[in-house]
Ligand binder design. Structure first.
Ligand SMILES: [Zn+2]
Length: 86
C-alpha cells in the first residue's frame, strides 16, 4: 500500500462519491479519490452504481424539460380530479 495516500475510510468515501459526481471537489481531490477508489472494490462498485444512476436521472430530467406543456396539463388533470369530490 502507498504510504502517501490517506487511510481508506469507506464511510467517508461514500460521502465523497456524491461530491465527485456533482463536481464539488477540486481536480487534485478528484484525482486522489480516483486513485484511492481502486484500492477498494466495495467503493469502486458503489461509485459506478451512483454514477450510472446519476446519468440515468440526468437523462430523464432532460426529457422532462422538453415536455413542460405535458407536465402542466397532467398537473391540471390531477387538480381537477382531486377537487371533484369537494
Ligand atoms: Zn472502501
Amino acid at each position: 500500500m502507498d504510504k502517501a495516500l490517506p487511510q481508506h475510510d469507506c464511510k467517508k468515501f461514500v460521502q465523497q462519491v456524491f461530491l465527485v459526481l456533482d463536481g464539488e471537489l477540486t481536480k487534485e481531490e478528484t484525482d486522489l479519490f480516483l486513485t484511492d477508489i481502486e484500492r477498494c472494490k466495495h467503493c469502486l462498485d458503489h461509485y459506478n452504481i451512483e454514477r450510472e444512476l446519476k446519468d440515468f436521472i440526468a437523462k430523464r430530467v432532460e426529457k422532462r424539460c422538453c415536455s413542460e406543456g405535458l407536465k402542466s396539463s397532467i398537473k391540471e388533470q390531477i387538480k381537477s380530479l382531486s377537487g371533484s369530490g369537494e
